[in-house]
Design a protein around this ligand. Structure first.
Ligand code: CO
Length: 512
């Protein structure tokens, strides 16, 4: 490929970086399409979480992952849309807004002003509640993987406090930002199961695996110890297993304790060393966890996994190495070209022989994989991601990308040169969702008899348009991305580049 010339690249970087300006304001209003029409059958609420503040009273955070969580909700009904955004009022957010200055160190490198001595031995974690969002059984939880979730009102987004899940979590217990929903749980009579985990790190690592029924009651719980330090952001599930990939990283805590850098800045990939695939049976009847050696690299996110005979197939976005933002670097000026891109790869693990094979699916830089919710843990055909505009090389995410994993066909809708996309969320068309919900449990593929429907739905994403410094909600036809958005709904202001979202079939609608 041809790299854009230097001027174009620096314009691109400046546009991307402007999408990381803080958005301190909170809004609640109806949205009108600036183009197109909202599909009348689109019914429910898109929730998105991400950093809302990239500075505290003018003092910049060192990494976007340290920014205070702000949740966006857009409800759709009868072709109309209602929008809200609101900060999660964590203890840290409230204290710092009142003080008008940073009071906490951030995990990814934000330091309190005043130099290393101010930060020396200050090992308090600030739960920024900025990573994931979970609507389940009428509750709405803002997730941050190193501590407890915050519970929000699903309509007003008002913060109701920490949620320890009816006493399941102890103070400070981790509850990950990457839950997965088994659409038809084998042990629960085919009902959906919410599966999440918590990682408590130390010299060794403990993984707590939690499964909840549709009423948010605990259905199963398992705890596992694994050797050594592990950094586990996501997992994949199948009907029988929860699967983690432990990447080769080393962790040095001393500079953090000494106040010289953030907790996560002690993380580094170990080149040449292999990864470990950890296969945790979701039920005690299936025995103990097993581990398998796999090629090295680094994974934040898994796309999906499924069982095929003796094989476990795990699709993930792989990087050559973990990349942090070191203390001397401004994240707004990072050199994309110097960093490894994330690329989709398929890992096939034979559970009988232990053989592991990893094969790249496509060289395009991508992140934030999503699929039809009925296919989670099952053989599937269509995957959607946020991707770079160019087919190779590392670059900001500017396009929505659809892959047909059966045929290799692709579709791409790009917002380049000045648009930047968030994670897309797939929303099944109601008639497709009804088919998925009617299948019997314990079949390999809930949509096996209707695979034409697997892409029948919409992709919802937030799009930051640097030309207008405004964020839009875009609605795409998942069967035909090339048509371009069915509707674009400008917010009238920008939302900083975000992290993860979810769709709930419930509508949060103003009463008037
Ligand atoms: Co994530």
């Amino acid at each position: 490929m041809t790299l854009p010339e230097v001027g174009a690249r620096s314009t691109l970087l400046a546009d991307w970086a402007r999408g990381y300006e803080s958005q301190p304001n909170e809004y609640a209003c109806w949205l009108e399409p600036s183009a197109g029409h909202i599909p009348a059958e689109l019914h429910g609420t898109l929730y998105r979480n991400g950093p809302g503040l990239l500075d505290i009273a003018g003092y910049p955070v060192h990494h976007p992952f340290d920014g205070d969580g702000m949740v966006v909700a857009v409800s759709f009904r009868d072709g109309r849309a209602y929008y809200r955004n609101r900060f999660v009022r964590t203890a840290g957010y409230l204290a710092e807004q009142q003080a008008g200055r940073p009071l906490f160190r951030g995990v990814f490198g934000t330091q309190r002003p005043g130099g290393w001595f101010t930060n020396l031995l200050d090992l308090r974690l600030k739960n920024v509640a900025n990573t994931g969002i979970l609507p389940w059984a009428g509750r709405l939880l803002a997730l941050w993987e190193a501590a407890e979730p915050h519970r929000l009102d699903p309509f007003s987004l008002e913060t109701l406090g920490l949620d320890r899940l009816d006493g399941l979590l102890r103070p400070g217990d981790a509850f990950a930002a990457h839950y997965h929903i088994d659409p038809a749980c084998h042990w629960d009579g085919g009902a959906p199961a919410l599966v999440n985990f918590g990682v408590n790190v130390g010299r060794n690592t403990r993984i707590d695996l939690y499964e909840f029924d549709p009423a948010f009651r605990l259905a199963r719980q398992r705890a596992f110890q694994i050797d050594g330090f592990a950094f586990l952001h996501d997992m994949a599930i199948t009907p029988h297993y929860a699967i983690f990939i432990q990447n080769p990283v080393r962790y040095e805590a001393l500079p953090y304790a000494l106040g010289l850098q953030g907790a996560a800045q002690g993380l580094a990939s170990v080149p040449g060393r292999s990864s470990t695939i950890i296969v945790l049976p979701r039920h005690t009847a299936l025995g103990e966890p097993r581990t398998f050696r796999a090629p090295g690299g680094f994974v934040w996110h898994h796309a999906n996994a499924f069982e095929a005979g003796d094989d476990l197939v795990i699709d993930s976005v792989w990087y050559d190495a973990y990349v942090g933002i070191d203390p001397a670097t401004d994240f707004r000026r990072i050199d994309f070209a110097a960093l490894p891109p994330g690329r989709l790869a398929r890992t096939t693990l034979n559970l009988r022989t232990g053989a592991v094979e990893r094969r790249q699916v496509d060289p395009r830089c991508c992140e934030f994989p999503v699929l039809h919710p009925a296919q989670v843990g099952r053989p599937y055909r269509y995957l959607y991601l946020a991707a770079a505009d160019a087919p190779t090389g590392n670059a900001p995410l500017q396009a929505i990308w659809k892959l047909d994993l059966h045929t290799g066909n692709q579709q791409l809708w790009s917002a380049a040169p000045r648009g930047f996309v968030s994670e897309p969320i797939f929303v099944p068309h109601p008639k497709s969702a009804a088919v998925a919900g009617a299948v019997s449990p314990d079949v390999g593929d809930p949509l096996a008899n209707s695979s034409a429907l697997e892409d029948d739905g919409w992709l919802l994403a937030l799009l930051y348009d640097a030309a207008r410094h405004e964020t839009e909600v875009v609605i795409l036809d998942a069967q035909d991305l090339a048509r371009g958005p069915l509707a674009r709904l400008g917010l009238g202001h920008h939302i900083p580049h975000g992290l993860h979202g979810a769709f709930s079939s419930r509508v949060s609608w103003p009463s008037t």
